[in-house]
Design a protein around this ligand. Structure first.
Ligand SMILES: NC(=O)c1ccc[n+]([C@@H]2O[C@H](COP(=O)([O-])OP(=O)(O)OC[C@H]3O[C@@H](n4cnc5c(N)ncnc54)[C@H](O)[C@@H]3O)[C@@H](O)[C@H]2O)c1
Length: 430
């Protein structure tokens, strides 16, 4: 991979996407001027503290300390870079639309310039680029260029995804800025989709909505498997070998969470609705996902009867393995439902505990999996961290008061679980 000096860039927002993008472009040879409004985060980054847990990120940031510059002052990026990548959050509003206030704060903070371009990495509704260009014109900043360059990295493998992407999508107006972004990505061996801004914005929303649809689809198949006696793991294996379907995102479970799928699906649904189109399929995708998280309660009641006073252990709290991200995690819904049903909930997560403690103060947190399952009537595997796949199941059974193990991610071998004297219940399989 080329590490020759390349065009310096700015990155605004140093969260999961911004910091990975910054470290990734530093790896490709750029000096990167990273800006965030969070002073504590910037102070920490200057001292080498990485605010998120993401495999390989700390090493990459350390490797390129000389190229990575951290500041709360936008002027530092504007002085050194003409391309300013925007990676601020776009969380959902109560209406389900994306909250673009952080994006607009960045737009409003830009000076009039013929030399700079905003490169949008944040996930924004289709039409945002047009609105931003209009705002630039109204603010007398028509010289400012705009590029849509949506990000597809996955938390848990974000560094790898940045350096080995399936594709890079660049939507632009055919001016210097789009070419400059394409040049930045040129060391990567990947397909580059050059297109217009609206289509680039839509590629991102449609991709996430499609993946979420695939998950809700296999979850509904799993629910039918439970009624018919088929095994969804076998069904998915048979389906996934079809080249037109593919094996990915066909793992049945207790629903998707995270900072992207729920909000992006909802944002696309609202975007369609605001334009007068009722996106019926996405309504079902969202509803199936919400119901799927709650089906665990029914499974527990099947084995334990009332949950009042019952001890239930949750293994894994992060929204997926290899991240500390708790945003929209299934564990949040599950723990709230269990507590409301009168259960006493203990929990363990290898990495996400600090954030989980903040979000779920009523839970009893343990230092390890065996600590969490001690005296439990039932255990629910919520997040399929590797360490749970390697659990000593006999030790789990000995530590528990009851025997029920709900495998919310179909991550364990049912026969091994039963062999250890536990009662196994997966999702869509016996
Ligand atoms: N997390 C993912 O896996 C992922 C993947 C693809 C796309 N995205 C999209 O990327 C965007 C960022 O997501 P994230 O998970 O990195 O968010 P994040 O919350 O981890 O990080 C956002 C950062 O922006 C900073 N910020 C907010 N307003 C700012 C401002 N005005 N100026 C400078 N900094 C500001 C915040 O302090 C924070 O550090 C979102 O639109 C998200 O949908 C996220």
């Amino acid at each position: 991979m080329s590490t020759n000096a390349r065009e310096p860039i700015g990155v605004i927002g140093t969260g999961y996407v911004g910091l990975v993008t910054a470290a990734g472009f530093a790896e490709l040879g750029s000096d990167v001027y990273c800006i965030d409004i969070d002073e504590a985060k910037i102070d920490g980054l200057r001292q080498g503290q990485i605010p998120i847990w993401e495999p390989g990120l700390a090493e990459l940031v350390e490797k390129h300390r000389g190229r990575l510059h951290f500041s709360t002052d936008l002027a530092d990026a504007l002085e050194h870079a003409r391309l300013l990548f925007v990676a601020v959050g776009t969380p959902p509003t109560y209406s389900g639309d994306a909250d673009l206030s952080a994006v607009h704060a960045v737009v409003d903070a830009m000076p009039a310039s013929d030399r700079h371009a905003l490169v949008m990495k944040s996930t924004v509704p289709c039409g945002t680029g047009e609105a931003i260009k209009r705002a630039f014109r109204e603010q007398g900043k028509e010289g400012f260029r705009y590029v849509s360059c949506p990000e597809f990295l996955k938390e848990g493998s974000a560094v790898k995804d940045f350096l080995e992407p399936d594709r890079v999508v660049i939507g632009d107006d055919g001016d210097w800025a789009g070419d400059a972004v394409a040049e930045l990505y040129s060391p990567l061996d990947t397909a580059v989709v050059r297109t217009d801004i609206k289509s680039a914005e839509m590629v991102k929303l449609a991709s996430n909505a499609f993946l979420a649809t695939k998950i809700s689809f296999i979850n509904e198949i799993a629910n039918v498997c439970e009624e018919t006696g088929a095994d969804v793991v076998e069904v998915a294996r048979g389906m996934g070998l079809d080249d037109r379907i593919g094996p990915k995102f066909l793992q049945a479970g207790i629903g998707f969470g995270g900072s992207c799928f729920p909000k992006d699906v909802s944002a696309l649904k609202q975007l369609a609705g605001n334009s007068g189109y009722h996106f019926q399929l996405l309504n079902a995708v969202i509803e199936v996902n919400e119901l799927q998280k709650r089906r665990v309660i029914g499974k527990l009641e099947k084995h334990l009867g009332t949950l009042v006073g019952k001890r239930v252990a949750l293994l894994g709290l992060a929204f997926k393995p290899n991240t500390d991200d708790m945003r929209e995690a299934t564990s949040l819904v599950l723990s709230a439902r269990l507590t409301a049903a009168g259960a006493q909930v203990s929990a363990y997560d290898p990495i996400a505990e600090d954030e989980a403690r903040r979000l779920m103060p009523g839970l009893a947190f343990a230092d390890d999996a065996l600590g969490a399952v001690r005296d439990a009537d039932a255990v629910v595997l919520v997040t399929e961290w590797d360490e749970f796949k390697a659990l000593d199941l006999s030790a789990v059974r000995d530590a528990m008061a009851g025997q029920v193990l709900i495998d919310g991610r179909n991550a364990l071998d049912p026969e091994a679980v039963r062999g250890a004297g536990l009662v196994y219940e997966g999702i869509g399989r016996e």
